[in-house]
Design a protein around this ligand. Structure first.
Ligand SMILES: *[C@@H]1O[C@H](CO)[C@@H](O)[C@H](O)[C@H]1NC(C)=O
Ligand SMILES: *[C@@H]1O[C@H](CO)[C@@H](O)[C@H](O)[C@H]1NC(C)=O
Ligand SMILES: *[C@@H]1O[C@H](CO)[C@@H](O)[C@H](O)[C@H]1NC(C)=O
Ligand SMILES: *[C@@H]1O[C@H](CO)[C@@H](O)[C@H](O)[C@H]1NC(C)=O
Ligand SMILES: *[C@@H]1O[C@H](CO)[C@@H](O)[C@H](O)[C@H]1NC(C)=O
Length: 365
């Protein structure tokens, strides 16, 4: 019998990725649970979640992570750690001063001006005190369990030393906690299995001007721009493998017909996705997780050396800059990253539907 070598490779890589450990660091929201469900659905072992400051403050996003786990009865087997409140250097005041000079970002995340009226009406907190919680924003339900104790960055360092070479770090928000772990333990990055991030758009300036403000929003980059220094520390650290999902994260959008189909099966996750995900934004964070779950999920990608602009005087402060090997700067050690161009969009939609309709349980993990 002849078996094609590509079929053999596919079997081998599927076996190699199932059982991979992953920690997901994200700015969680009421319908933001799909990335961890996708990982669980692929047979990955989710060691825990971290809530970071990007779309809102870390406390609020950590509590959203916890609440969404609770809704699916997953909080008893997956802990949630609170990330650092502030970026390494950036503050709402500095960010807003940068905007005065370089223009307002269409999506300002946690550093949008404080608006207590909007919070009372259900918005997540922005600016002001990072310790406050907007309960009205918990459309998924306010958590009844508690966050794990201790800073997220310390937990990251502990886990990677406990399971060297086994943990993929997923970042769907800012890179603050990952940069802190990199600086606390010089062996941290090299002891992971790799890093995958949502963010790192490139060559999108034209897309920021030829369309609506909404299209400019889809091509802005709050995850990296809210903490440029952390982005640079994390993305130039010696992770064995770095995958950047920026432009490709805008490839696949949900439609109402899609959500109608997903909601044919009723459970907590299909209900939350149906009610709160909407059809305005692409599957940003989902595409990033999907990109590393199986090599076959990526249809087209390239590799280049990556830097992050950390000049606070630059309109590109926090954006990435790419180099080919022959032209890399001599005074810096940059990492060669995988940059995703295109994913298998139909499979992404199928995988999301599957994991929402038939979510994992703690007993099954
Ligand atoms: C969670 O557990 C409750 C109580 O056992 C059950 O009613 C509910 O269906 C479970 N939810 C999910 C998503 O499994
Ligand atoms: C604050 O939020 C409210 C409710 O969303 C909105 O009507 C108002 O314009 C906002 N205020 C400012 C200053 O943006
Ligand atoms: C916590 O319990 C309250 C009261 O039963 C419930 O209304 C709420 O939805 C629960 N929170 C979550 C996240 O399930
Ligand atoms: C790095 O990660 C990507 C995405 O998961 C994968 O396709 C690639 O094979 C990995 N490379 C190495 C050397 O492990
Ligand atoms: C991969 O994407 C690049 C950038 O968009 C494009 O130039 C190239 O033609 C694509 N390759 C394939 C095989 O689709």
């Amino acid at each position: 019998m002849r078996v094609s070598s590509s079929a053999l490779l596919a079997v081998a890589s599927a076996a190699a990725v199932s059982g991979t450990k992953v920690i997901l660091d994200n700015d969680w929201s009421p319908a933001g649970f799909i990335p961890y469900l996708l990982a669980l659905n692929a047979g990955w072992d989710v060691l825990g979640l971290i809530g970071d400051t990007a779309n809102s403050w870390a406390l609020q996003t950590s509590l959203h992570g916890l609440a969404t786990l609770e809704r699916g009865n997953l909080s008893s087997c997956i802990p949630v750690y609170r990330g650092a409140d502030y970026p390494l250097l950036n503050t709402p005041q500095l960010f807003q001063a940068w905007e005065e000079v370089h223009g307002v970002l269409p999506w300002q995340g946690a550093f949008a001006p404080e608006n207590l009226t909007a919070e009372a009406a259900g918005s997540d907190p922005t600016s002001g005190d990072p310790n406050r919680i907007s309960k009205a924003a918990f459309t998924e339900g306010y958590p009844n369990t508690t966050l794990a104790s201790g800073p997220a960055a310390i937990w990251l360092v502990e886990q990677v030393n406990k399971y060297p070479g086994e943990i993929v770090i997923y970042s769907g928000g800012a890179l603050t906690n990952i940069a802190l772990a990199v600086r606390m333990d010089p062996t941290f990055a090299s002891k992971t299995k790799g890093l995958v991030i949502m963010g790192g758009y490139i060559d999108v300036n034209l897309l920021q001007v030829v369309g609506s403000v909404g299209e400019a929003d889809d091509n802005s980059d709050i995850n990296l721009m809210i903490d440029p220094e952390a982005s640079k520390i994390a993305l130039t650290a010696d992770f064995p493998n770095i995958t950047i999902v920026g432009n490709a994260a805008n490839q696949v959008f949900p439609t109402q017909a899609y959500w109608d189909e997903v909601y044919q099966v009723k459970n907590a996750y299909t209900e939350l996705a149906y009610n709160y995900y909407g059809t305005i934004f692409p599957f940003w964070d989902e595409t990033a997780m999907f990109s590393v779950l199986d090599p076959a999920n990526v249809l087209n990608s390239t590799q280049f050396y990556l830097d992050v602009d950390t000049a606070a005087s630059s309109p590109n402060y926090g954006n990435i800059h790419a180099y080919q090997e022959a032209l890399t700067p001599a005074a810096q050690t940059l990492q060669k990253v995988n940059y995703v161009f295109e994913v298998d969009g139909n499979k992404l939609l199928e995988d999301i539907k599957q994991t929402l309709q038939y979510p994992p349980t703690c007993a099954g993990l």
